[in-house]
Design a protein around this ligand. Structure first.
Ligand SMILES: Cc1cc2nc3c(=O)[nH]c(=O)nc-3n(C[C@H](O)[C@H](O)[C@H](O)COP(=O)(O)O)c2cc1C
Length: 231
């Protein structure tokens, strides 16, 4: 089965504009004093993961700090929306997906991931990777990160109040920079498993908007149905 057309469009855009790899990931925070509220933040797209047996269900990979609030929001509900505006090609991709986090094997949430993986249903991208060595994937992605990024996973909990003068903590920071184990312990792989993709192409005249919806047939075949929408 072939790669979906929406993936080919993202790949083509990225091949021209490699730096435009920042997506926005929205989640729901149900623990806020403001009531249930959507939260959205930028994240860097790192790579694709595509099964050699079935290219129709590609996964997108990104990374985070396992202590970040988005992780508990996604653990409560894996359904979330990603939006990616690629300015170079004037194209927007809104991706409704299940988003999973893969922490260090000793982290409390690791068993949650293994449970989700074991229960993954056919017709999902995740189910194609049920026998994957996800820890090897996590470590491999960590190794691609620069020293400065690695050091960022040694900092206090993301979003917690900054204590003291950041300049005074430089020595500690340098020490943390060398602390591979701490960084790898907090580093989490994030898997984005698309369900529906809304693709707006402003490079054409008139603008074009296409909704890709995943249809799984009785024999587990997958098709991305395309519906033209009013932009
Ligand atoms: C350009 C840019 C790229 C970012 N990339 C990531 C990323 O790949 N992963 C990540 O966890 N946070 C990334 N961040 C930081 C997040 O946007 C966010 O501030 C942080 O992860 C805390 O999010 P949370 O409190 O909603 O969990 C990035 C921020 C910017 C401005």
């Amino acid at each position: 089965m072939a790669s979906p057309r929406w993936k080919i469009a993202i790949e083509k855009a990225l091949s021209q504009y490699k730096q435009q790899n920042v997506m926005q990931v929205a989640t729901l925070d149900t623990s806020s004093s403001l009531g249930t509220i959507s939260r959205v933040r930028s994240q860097i797209f790192r790579d694709w993961l595509e099964s050699p047996q079935n290219a129709s269900l590609p996964l997108l990979l990104t990374s985070t700090d396992i202590r970040a609030p988005k992780v508990s929001q996604l653990t409560a509900s894996s359904k979330a929306e990603v939006v990616w505006w690629i300015e170079g090609t004037a194209q927007q991709f809104r991706i409704i997906a299940d988003i999973y986090t893969v922490p260090h094997p000793e982290h409390a949430l690791h068993s949650h991931f293994l449970d989700v993986l074991a229960k993954s249903e056919s017709g999902t991208g995740l189910a194609l990777f049920i026998n994957e060595d996800w820890e090897a994937r996590r470590v491999a992605l960590f190794k691609t990160m620069g020293a400065h990024m690695k050091a960022s996973w040694c900092r206090p909990v993301p979003g917690s109040p900054l204590k003291g003068d950041p300049a005074a903590g430089k020595e500690k920071y340098e020490e943390a920079k060398r602390n591979w184990e701490t960084a790898l312990g907090n580093f989490a792989l994030m898997i984005i498993d698309p369900i529906e993709v809304d693709f707006v192409d402003l490079s054409t005249s008139p603008d074009k908007r296409t909704l890709f919806t995943k249809k799984v047939s009785a024999d587990d075949g997958v098709q991305w149905e395309e519906t033209d929408l009013v932009p």
